[in-house]
Design a protein around this ligand. Structure first.
Ligand code: HEC
Length: 457
């Protein structure tokens, strides 16, 4: 008898919990009518449309009522779980520009809207979505350079690396405020690191010789590679190669700094040299023809941005050596003593599929701790270049500590091997199933007042 009552009770509870009244009981917005036109469109346009529009990373567009209402249940789920919009860095630890994320209020509005049946409201008062430039996160580029020909990606289930050159010619030597990489094959393209090769007047006549793309092979010397690609000056000497000026990782948005900071001077003629473009494995033959956006600057860049790479292949060692035994969770660290006072602009933490968490902070000579970034739950898909709202001053003699934890157990759903295998750095091999622990810092030598300069473009 008791059993039966308990059973009925459980059934009753079960059906209550699946009904609307019960689900929305703590949601203050359930008492008002929530509509797309009035409440939801502004949230979507600001927080979702930048990525969910044609030509950007999101797999479908979220702009119109139709786009959003047909996926309303899934949208509710991804915002409640905070899977979307993606922002892996801990906002209680440090802040950056363009932090994606919804407030609790906004999440409740979306929840109430979906529970009430995703109503459109007054169709005529739906705000128009912001105007975006297709193919750019930064605005209208002054010049678009496309890879000369599509690169064929073999469907052989292995990682592929290549080097590509894209020739450019300007009317005159020009100041550039930003260079943006726009991936064509977003599914496979994993990362890119680009430089500019520039020629002094009269040093190179023919820009059409040499191959436009070459499979990257560690065993080929740089000299041979440059010969094969026709990059050397006509007299066989080396042209001028800038440090890394364009980077891409999934989810990353390039930064355009305020006038005078960053940017480069470009000579009239040259190549954009994309080194180690990395395509993930695919079972089907496909191709990629990515492009580059150039943004011109009014003024000469007075303060070129410096970059240091800590960890794998970088200026500082990983401790202990990056070997992650099968079935273990293991933490590694690296550290850099700042040689003079610097102003940090951006941070870019990088790991692959076994990444679990990363944290970085500076300790000053007075033993003050300055938080830099914490990523409590690493997600391989989102590797942003995190830009501080204002530059962060790190006094001379401070030590920057970075610590990264890797999960090589089966509890990590991204583990590429089952059963897990011991994974190591393999001399900086960059395959998706090898590991890396890198931390890139871009900075300037400190100048009085830097910490008050806003980096908001
Ligand atoms: C920084 C870019 C970015 C922003 C901002 C963004 N998305 Fe996404 N979204 C993506 C990408 C890329 C994917 C596909 C990869 C994935 O599912 O992990 C995705 C996937 C999704 C999915 C499918 C999830 C699944 O399991 O298949 C939904 C639903 C979604 N987004 C909704 C939203 C909503 C709603 C917002 C705003 C509140 C938003 N997204 C903001 C880039 C973004």
């Amino acid at each position: 008898m008791h059993h039966r009552i308990a059973l009925i009770f459980i059934i009753l509870l079960g059906s209550l919990s699946s009904c609307t009244w019960y689900e929305g009981r703590n949601n203050p917005y359930m008492d008002e009518e929530i509509t797309f036109s009035e409440n939801i469109a502004p949230i979507i346009h600001q927080n979702c449309t930048p990525c969910h529009r044609p030509g950007e990373a999101g797999p479908f567009k979220l702009i119109s009522y139709h786009d959003v209402s047909k996926r309303s249940k899934m949208i509710r789920e991804v915002v409640e779980t905070k899977y979307m919009p993606p922002w892996p860095a801990d906002k209680n630890y440090s802040h950056f520009l363009n932090e994606w994320g919804l407030s609790d209020d906004e999440i409740q509005l979306i929840q109430a809207w979906v529970l009430q049946g995703s109503k459109i409201g007054d169709e005529n008062s739906i705000p128009s979505p912001p105007i975006y430039t297709e193919g750019s996160m930064l605005g209208d580029p002054d010049l678009i350079l496309k890879m000369v020909e599509p690169y064929h990606i073999e469907g052989n289930n292995t990682d592929q690396f290549m080097v590509v050159k894209i020739p450019y010619e300007l009317e005159r030597d020009t100041f550039i405020s930003a260079i943006e990489f726009v991936p064509d094959n977003r599914k496979l393209l994993h990362h890119v690191n680009g430089h500019v090769v520039q020629y002094d007047e009269g040093k190179k006549e023919d820009f059409s010789n040499g191959k436009n793309s070459v499979k990257y092979d560690r065993s080929i010397s740089q000299h041979l590679l440059y010969m094969e690609m026709g990059i050397l000056n006509d007299d066989g000497t080396y042209p001028y190669l800038t440090s890394s000026v364009v980077n891409y990782l999934p989810g990353s948005v390039n930064t355009r700094y305020p006038d005078g900071i960053g940017g480069i001077s470009l000579k009239k003629k040259g190549f954009i040299l994309l080194k180690d473009i990395h395509f993930g494995p695919t079972p089907i033959d496909t191709s990629d023809q990515s492009s580059i956006n150039l943004f011109f600057a009014e003024k000469k860049p007075e303060r070129p941005v410096l970059e240091i790479l800590l960890g794998t292949l970088g200026a500082t060692k990983v401790n202990p050596a990056l070997i992650i035994p099968a079935n273990e969770i293991k933490t590694f660290s690296t550290q850099w003593e700042v040689p003079y006072t610097i102003s940090i602009l951006t941070l870019n933490p990088h790991m692959h599929l076994l990444g679990k968490s990363m944290i970085a902070y500076a300790v000053t000579p007075e033993k003050d701790t300055l938080n830099l970034i914490s990523i409590p739950k690493w997600n391989f898909r989102w590797q942003f270049f995190y830009t501080f709202p204002k530059m962060v001053k790190i006094p001379v003699g401070s030590v920057i500590y970075v610590s990264a934890t890797f999960d090589n157990t089966l509890d990590n759903p991204e583990n590429p091997f089952n059963p897990p295998r011991t994974i190591r750095e393999r001399n900086g091999s960059m395959g998706t199933t090898d590991e890396m622990f890198q931390f890139i810092i871009t900075y300037l030598p400190y100048k009085e007042g830097d910490e008050h300069i806003s980096l908001q473009p």
